[in-house]
Design a protein around this ligand. Structure first.
Ligand code: DNO
Length: 349
């Protein structure tokens, strides 16, 4: 595996030098964040990102994300132009050494949580999703903004998007996924890039919007649309793993054996009785997921892709982007290094 770490660029309170001091760190995961979906990324931006990473002894091989515009997801009249731009961005990334590009197909909102700083008894804080709080949220009525969401929509635009997705439904979304994959995957293949689909987070419909990347059956369907190693997964343990019906070690074993995992997001969640969940420290004993089993599944299948410690808690007084502080993610990286070493050496015995 190749250990990696998400970095939000020069404005990130976490510095590249700090990331480079984490043992075993190989690549930065980043993106050109100041260009809206549907527009081309400037090559200078990619060149600067790569140069910054290299100056700190780090590779820049993973992009997270090239966002898929709502026009592509909805299949509007702007779709073809946006798809052309999407393909051009893949080519540009490849030119600067990128080997893996993450994206998702979630309508309107990226990941959803109801609170970003829930305090645990030890004083650390983390992201949580409480069903009861969610039931009280209505994006059509309330002016809610979460960091996972594109803050540039006005309330009116959100209303329009909700109407459009209601008319599209799940079947329509699947059709638009197929149009996207059939154009994008051949381009990625041709330039040696693997597209890594991030699952829906959480993996069920939110606010009545269709969400389809939710579990094994739908992932099988998604991967079969274009049967190529370039049509791969960013298997996020915490996103898929916050519902009991997804058996994460089993999914990892299955898709790693088929070489359909390009990137692993590794974090732990505690599922609560009512289906709510709390993000926890990475250690298996801190949440519902067996991280040892997940790493074993990867090692058994000789996984060569990228791994990054996902969302950390805020600990030791750190402030910053919820989920993306330095300290707890660095602890996560150290823990993952330990699990991989143990599993790899254990197999050789
Ligand atoms: C959350 C992340 C997601 C992910 C996108 C990929 O912290 O895992 O926002 O980057 O869904 O497109």
């Amino acid at each position: 595996m190749k250990l990696s770490f998400r970095w939000y660029g020069k404005d990130d309170p976490v510095k590249l030098q700090e990331i480079s001091q984490i043992p075993g760190m190989y690549s930065i995961v980043s993106a050109v964040y100041d260009v809206p979906p549907g527009e081309v990324w400037q090559e200078e931006s990619l060149a600067a990102l790569r140069a910054d990473c290299h100056a700190h002894g780090l590779a820049f091989e993973v992009v997270e994300s090239i966002p898929v515009s709502e026009d592509i997801k909805l299949g509007t009249e702007k779709r073809q132009r946006h798809l052309d731009v999407y393909c051009e961005n893949i080519r540009r990334c490849a030119r600067y050494g990128v080997k893996c590009i993450t994206y998702n197909f979630m309508p309107v909102f990226d990941w959803t949580r109801t609170q970003l700083d829930k305090a645990a008894p030890d004083g650390s804080t983390s992201l949580v999703m409480y069903r009861q709080q969610l039931a009280g949220l209505d994006p059509l009525r309330d002016d809610i903004h979460l960091p996972g969401w594109d803050a540039s929509y006005s309330q009116q635009e959100i209303r329009g998007l909700f109407r459009a997705y209601a008319a599209l439904g799940e079947d329509g979304l699947w059709k638009n996924i197929a149009v996207f994959l059939k154009q994008v995957i051949p381009v990625a293949e041709a330039c040696g890039v693997r597209m890594a689909l991030h699952p829906d987070d959480p993996p069920y419909p939110i606010f009545g919007l269709p969400r389809v990347v939710t579990g094994e059956q739908n992932i099988d369907r998604y991967l079969a649309i274009v049967d190529s190693p370039a049509n791969a997964l960013c298997l996020c343990t915490g996103s898929l793993g916050c519902v009991k019906s997804n058996n994460i070690p089993k999914l990892v074993r299955k898709y790693a054996a088929k070489d359909r995992i390009a990137f692993m997001h590794m974090r732990n969640v505690q599922i609560l009785d009512d289906g709510s969940f709390e993000e926890r420290a990475h250690l298996s004993s801190c949440g519902s997921l067996d991280m040892y089993e997940i790493v074993s599944a990867l090692v058994e299948n000789h996984f060569q892709g990228y791994v990054r410690p996902d969302h950390g808690r805020m600990i030791w007084g750190e402030t910053g982007k919820p989920g993306y502080g330095l300290y707890d993610r660095a602890l996560g990286a150290a823990y993952l290094n330990g699990l991989f070493e143990a599993c790899e050496k254990g197999r050789k015995k």
